[in-house]
Ligand binder design. Structure first.
Ligand SMILES: *[C@@H]1O[C@H](CO)[C@@H](O)[C@H](O)[C@H]1NC(C)=O
Ligand SMILES: *[C@@H]1O[C@H](CO)[C@@H](O)[C@H](O)[C@H]1NC(C)=O
Length: 414
């Protein structure tokens, strides 16, 4: 199902990124010997470390006959004004006799952009955030990922005013993601994902709550089976996703979608159980079934749909019996026909069956309406009867009372 709520959830996560800002601070330790980093579009200066003050030096660029256009030498240093990406390369400065004094590899690029971040919890104990950079910087990049727990319980507030701060742990085997372990379902977190490169850093803050971002993994072990002697039934069962820890107070609910393989539109049913009986399947037609899960209390988003499972309900015994007589256009053969036909538009063919089903359900519906009207009429009639009885009762009492009152007088009078 393309439910709009899932998209909405995502939008909300991104909207939660209320604060985003960039800061400039050159971090140390990129650890590359003989490399200098420069920002595209700025004036880049390469100094000649080995040169003696005042003695003239000569600059060369490796693999090029000339220095980049506009470059100039100032007191032994090479200045590249408004350096472009193309100016990157290895430069060397030489003494008057041509001897090598110093060599430097110049790498040019951009300041980090504010990364795009989204977070998701596949269970209620840990959540993960993933990010992508918003700008190609052409430079080595790393990320500093931290969180601050915001809404604390009263107890925690008293003990620790500033809120708990910790790392969002990065797993080297999963680039671009970090995980906050043992997070609290009812707390909210402010994530700080900072992109750092040799020129500076840029961070995005994202406010999240577990309830908003929880999205279970799809249920597993989906099995669909025909039900003996029931041509319109399929028995479907599945298991909790392995990633969802089973606790009595954190349960999942499920929804099932199914259709005959030859049809395009799905039927959907919701359930809190780990199995369901489909009662409106088409006899003899192969059906495809999928299941997805959501937090029992409706927090977060529906999981993706599970892998498909397929099964065919048993043939209608009545129809099977009449199959010998070829003239009999039974429901069974009508239902069977589309799957044998090469025609990719089989929906029209099953129309009589659908019409029949609609007629039957209309009939049942009308019956229930009639029954309801009847029941209501009887109830109203009973009430009116009771009411009129009740009304006559006090009247009779009144009469009786006046009689009683009247009686002694008449007794006295004589
Ligand atoms: C959540 O993280 C903790 C700590 O790493 C781990 O023990 C636990 O199994 C994780 N929970 C789930 C459901 O993966
Ligand atoms: C986000 O993290 C970076 C790197 O640790 C830090 O420099 C920056 O100040 C943090 N921003 C906020 C608002 O906490």
């Amino acid at each position: 199902m393309h439910s709009p709520t899932r998209g909405l959830g995502r939008v909300m996560v991104f909207l939660a990124a209320a604060l985003a800002s960039a800061s400039l601070a050159v971090p140390e330790g990129w650890g590359e010997e003989g490399v200098q980093y420069g920002q595209v579009g700025t004036d880049v200066t390469l100094s000649c470390a080995g040169a003696r003050a005042g003695s003239p030096v000569q600059w060369r660029r490796e693999g090029a006959a000339a220095l980049p256009e506009g470059s100039a030498i100032h007191q032994g240093a090479l200045v590249l004004p408004h350096a472009s990406l193309a100016a990157a390369g290895t430069y060397s400065c030489h003494g008057e006799d041509g001897s090598l004094l110093h060599a430097v590899s110049l790498r040019l690029g951009h300041l980090p952009g504010v990364p795009f971040v989204s977070c998701r919890a596949s269970d209620y104990e840990n959540f993960s955030c993933s990010w992508t950079s918003s700008l190609e910087t052409f430079l080595p990049t790393r990320y500093i990922t931290t969180y601050r727990k915001k809404s604390l319980t009263g107890e925690e507030k008293r003990r620790n005013k500033s809120g708990h701060v910790g790392p969002c742990l990065q797993d080297p085997s999963r680039a671009g993601t970090c995980t906050v372990h043992r997070s609290e379902f009812w707390s909210s977190y402010r994530l700080n994902i900072t992109e750092v490169n040799p020129l500076g850093s840029s961070f995005r803050l994202l406010d999240i709550t577990m309830q908003a971002i929880i999205k279970p993994d799809p249920p597993e072990g989906l099995v669909v089976e025909p039900v003996p002697l029931a041509p319109r039934r399929l028995y479907v069962s599945w298991k909790y996703p392995a990633s969802w820890p089973k606790e009595p107070h954190f349960q999942l609910r499920f929804r099932l979608q199914y259709r005959p393989v030859i049809h395009r539109s799905w039927s959907v049913v919701e359930t809190v159980n780990l199995s369901e009986v489909i009662t409106d399947a088409f006899a003899g037609l192969e059906h495809v079934v999928q299941v997805s899960a959501k937090d029992f209390l409706d927090a977060g988003n529906w999981s993706e749909w599970s892998a498909e499972a397929r099964a065919t309900p048993v043939r209608d015994p009545a129809a099977t019996a009449s199959e010998g007589t070829t003239t009999d256009a039974s429901l069974e053969s009508l239902a069977e026909e589309p799957s044998q036909a090469p025609n990719p538009e089989p929906i029209n063919r099953s129309d009589p069956l659908e019409k029949m089903a609609i007629l039957v359900s209309l009939g049942i519906f009308a019956f229930f309406i009639l029954a309801a009207v009847l029941v209501i009429t009887i109830l109203i009639w009973l009430r009116v009867r009771k009411h009129s009885k009740d009304e006559t009762k006090p009247h009779n009492f009144l009469v009786a009372a006046t009689h009683l009152k009247a009686l002694p007088r008449t007794q006295i009078l004589p």
